[in-house]
Write a protein that binds this ligand. Structure first.
Ligand code: ME8
Length: 683
């Protein structure tokens, strides 16, 4: 192709992109659900934020003015209870958690523009105003609520909703509730909601979720919603009655409006939101309850609700502390880097569907797709440009032998229709094509400088264009790609994704972008260790040296016999959070049954119990590098004695080690033991 032909082609592309730019809505308001900070952030929170972030970044690349909102849902029974368990005032508790959640966002490279907390005055004010507006509309009335309440889901259920007497959503036990309450006349909006969903096919993605909601709405009459509580205090007081607080979901949904409502211009600019990104368990709240509130308050509905699936463990099971299969997203980021996790989530989990988190698969994809296909291409082209033309290649003089820019439009269409994993597939197809081009043209063998430079420019330029797309998904790596290529990162947006717009000045010191990761198959840890709270200590009726303990393991209570009388006064054990071996065969010790063993370290001078004061009853204890998820077979004392756990001093505390790895609870707290010397054996 001649230079003139090349220029002509570029000119048509530019005008095509100009006309599509005209169509682009200049503003894009995207939200995530606001998380309950009753515990630390989990994989599901990470997944949702990463997905939303990729859409926010994509729209910024296209030149839209993006407002990306995330935050915390800080009221409700669940929060109040979690704070009580930590002996903290709810506000202090959520303040501490807010720091952790913000840090979490930072570590995941979440480019949010605003972080809302429902305890902020800006939110409380709007929540009260909206409540009042619905009341003034005559759509809130006083009544009496009698039914069931699921605290983990903060959801009301009737008897017939319950599944085996438990919450229909999370299957956990519910509380029966009888109290005065204000009700919102949601039933009035049933037909209007159905009509809205039917006439706005884009309102709920994916279609299966839309069908699910429509079927439910058509099957049964919509009930009015209880929107206030009197039996607890940790909420926003209703503006119509100081003895009631607003139901936490009515309060929480309003965050999407309150975040932009403080400045009228902001509201006018960004509302209605373009997309609420949420998980499948809260579909009803966002596509039925929220529209009803907005209809009543006379506010436009959000344009769409994008519903993602759930992240489960590698076997497809729900992650839960009691099963001990929880994987901490922060530990994954610390170990493999943020883009390893982002890439894995965005590419491996099909949009809108459930996904299993498997570290093994994450490592395999990292090594094969990021290291081999992308990292290797970068390292080859930068070396070649350096050796061939001193690292510098200017634009606009080279013909396009290969041009990936059309794939940007393909990826854009997939992003518009919320198929981010398929957009990444497109990028990878193009990366393979580019690698094939390198292998076919073999620039290292080309003698003529001009011809060689054409090929090198083609490789670098197409890699630059694909990196623009990648900057929405793996932003840190894309920035490193631009830096190594010496392309101005600031300018790498959709408009610059045209062949011929890039110039290269290869950076001299280049770190390998994706050094390969070794995956060590986890070895099985045979001990079911858990944190127990000591609730009662009594003397053994028939043995001088033994105590009989009643312990709380969160989900169950057990009795233990422990030979600690010589070392501990009863009060020193009472209320403590200690470590118990739970899969030891039960045995009668001098006629009293012991259902497990309290662990202690013995250095032959003294004996000290293993502790985890910051952790909660029932928390699992795990060992890095080992599979501690169970299932555990019952072991006898002899088998336990063959397993060596010992104390070791590190950073002024005495930890407990198995091999060279320290014992840690799921809360991230190291198991400690006081007053024993290093090397003391656990027995
Ligand atoms: O529901 N996989 O908060 P939340 C993927 N405060 N996503 C998951 C998940 C999993 N295993 N577990 C939870 C709440 N999520 C309310 C929201 S919005 C006005 C109020 C998702 O902390 C869940 O679906 O329980 C939700 O979208 C988000 O994480 C926060 O869940």
């Amino acid at each position: 192709m001649t230079k003139t032909q090349n220029k002509k082609q570029s000119a048509t592309k530019i005008s095509a992109s100009k006309s599509s730019a005209k169509k682009l809505s200049p503003h894009f308001y995207i939200t995530t659900a606001i998380d309950y900070p009753n515990a630390n952030p989990h994989m599901g929170h990470a997944y949702e934020k990463i997905v939303a972030d990729s859409y926010a970044r994509w729209m910024r690349l296209k030149g839209a003015k993006v407002h990306f909102l995330t935050g915390l849902d800080e009221h409700g029974v669940k929060l109040q209870t979690a704070a009580e368990e930590e002996h903290l005032a709810p506000q202090d508790f959520v303040d501490e958690k807010a720091i952790i959640f913000k840090d979490f966002c930072k570590k995941l490279a979440i480019s949010y523009d605003d972080f809302i907390r429902t305890t902020q005055p800006r939110h409380e004010k709007v929540a009260q105003e909206l409540f009042k507006q619905v009341f003034d509309q005559g759509e809130i009335y006083k009544g009496y609520y009698e039914g069931y309440y699921c605290v983990p889901c903060e959801t009301y259920w009737t008897q017939k909703d319950l599944v085996d007497g438990n919450c229909a959503e999370c299957k956990r036990p519910t509380q029966s509730l009888k109290e005065e309450s204000y009700f919102f006349k949601m039933s009035k909006y049933q037909d209007r909601i159905i009509k809205h969903i039917e006439s706005h096919p884009e309102f709920i993605f994916p279609e299966s979720r839309r069908n699910e909601i429509l079927a439910r709405l058509k099957k049964e009459p919509l009930r009015d919603l209880s929107v206030s509580r009197t039996s607890f205090e940790w909420g926003i007081t209703t503006p119509i009655d100081p003895t009631h607080v607003i139901y936490v979901w009515f309060d929480a949904l309003i965050n999407y409006v309150s975040a932009v409502k403080e400045a009228p211009l902001k509201f006018k600019t960004f509302w209605p939101a373009d997309v609420h990104v949420i998980g499948k368990d809260i579909l009803w709240f966002h596509t039925v309850i929220w529209p009803a509130i907005l209809f009543s308050a006379g506010i436009d509905l959000p344009r769409s609700v994008y519903v993602h699936g759930f992240i489960n463990d590698e076997n497809g099971e729900k992650m839960s502390k009691s099963k001990g299969n929880v994987v901490d997203p922060m530990a994954v980021v610390d170990k493999h880097g943020v883009d390893a996790l982002r890439y894995y989530f965005l590419r491996a989990v099909p949009s809108g569907q459930d996904g299993n988190f498997s570290e093994k698969e994450l490592v395999a994809r990292f090594n094969c797709e990021l290291a081999d296909t992308l990292g290797n291409l970068l390292s080859r082209v930068t070396k070649l440009i350096e050796s061939s033309c001193n690292g510098i290649l200017h634009n606009a003089v080279y013909a396009d032998e290969i041009d990936v820019s059309a794939s940007m439009r393909q990826a854009d269409e997939l992003m518009r229709t919320r198929h981010h994993n398929r957009a990444l597939d497109v990028v990878w197809t193009e990366l393979h094509r580019l690698n094939a081009y390198v292998n076919a043209r073999q620039p290292w063998k080309i003698k003529g400088e001009e011809e060689r430079n054409v090929v090198l420019y083609n490789i670098a330029e197409n890699l630059r264009i694909l990196s623009i797309a990648l900057s929405a998904f793996i932003p840190d790596s894309a920035a490193a790609l631009f830096t190594q290529l010496g392309a101005d990162a600031e300018k790498q947006n959709f408009a610059a994704a045209e062949f011929g717009k890039g110039s290269f000045n290869i950076k001299k010191d280049r770190a390998l972008l994706f050094p390969k990761i070794e995956y060590a198959e986890k070895r099985h840890f045979p001990l079911d260790l858990r944190v127990a709270k000591i609730e009662e200590v009594k003397d053994h009726p028939n043995a001088e040296k033994l105590f009989v303990l009643q312990i709380n393991l969160g989900t169950e209570k057990r009795q233990l016999v422990a030979g600690l009388k010589q070392w501990y006064a009863k009060e020193r054990l009472l209320g403590k959070h200690l470590i118990v071996l739970c899969n030891l065969k039960a045995a009668a010790l001098r006629g009293v049954e012991s259902q497990g063993m309290l662990l202690a370290a013995d250095d032959e001078n003294t004996v000290a119990v293993l502790e985890a004061p910051e952790s909660k009853p029932g928390d699992r204890v795990f060992v890095e590098g080992y599979d501690t998820h169970g299932p555990f077979s019952t072991i006898d004392l002899e088998a336990f004695r063959k397993i060596t756990l010992k104390a070791n001093h590190e950073n002024h505390i005495t930890c407990v080690e198995y091999g060279n790895a320290r014992l840690k609870t799921h809360r991230g707290e190291y198991v400690k033991v006081q007053h024993v010397s290093a090397g003391a054996k656990v027995r």
